[in-house]
Design a protein around this ligand. Structure first.
Ligand code: FES
Ligand code: FES
Length: 163
């Protein structure tokens, strides 16, 4: 099958990859760009483990062909923080025990990151609705929700302090 040269920006860096039209974005991110944080939990668009941000929207990267991301600006969990400099959301998940196995966590945090940009001061119900496309099979969600609310409060406090 003919391969296409795809150019996209991932976590602020331009990437060029060769991909067949049948290849899903999540596989191209993982296998051709080394972004292993986007996980494949179902391959049927239910679990959200593959969630990334594309041009300002949360997208399940198993629901999209890589060729559809030509020219897109993509943020994966690798673009949100680093082991030495965790993002506020990552730190909050750590502090509030918002994970057990961790398989859902990159997608959950990437979704939460977008959610807090859309709604910087969400209620608990809004957080629960906002992450309803992301399934966690082991935490029961309580600590995930706590972590997101705590991160929102921290981000808002930092914004106020900077004014
Ligand atoms: Fe994409 Fe489950 S792997 S939604
Ligand atoms: Fe295990 Fe969410 S922490 S699936």
């Amino acid at each position: 099958m003919t391969k296409h040269i795809l150019k996209m920006t991932v976590n602020g860096e331009t990437h060029e990859v060769l991909a067949e039209p049948r290849e899903l974005l999540v596989y191209v991110l993982r296998e051709k760009m080394g972004m292993k944080g986007a996980h494949v939990g179902c391959d049927t668009s239910h679990c959200g483990a593959c969630t990334v941000e594309i041009d300002g929207k949360s997208v399940k990267s198993c629901t999209m062909f890589a060729v559809q991301a030509q020219g897109a600006n993509i943020t994966t969990i690798e673009g949100l923080g680093s082991p030495d400099g965790l993002h506020v959301l990552q730190q909050s998940f750590k502090e509030h025990h918002g994970l057990q196995c961790g398989y859902c966590t990159p997608g959950m945090i990437t979704r939460a990151h977008r959610l807090l940009q859309e709604n910087p001061n969400p209620t608990e119900a809004e957080v629960r609705f906002g992450i309803s496309g992301n399934i966690c099979r082991c935490t029961g969600y309580q600590n995930i929700v706590k972590a997101i609310l705590s991160a929102a409060a921290e981000i808002n406090a930092a914004k106020e302090a900077a004014q």
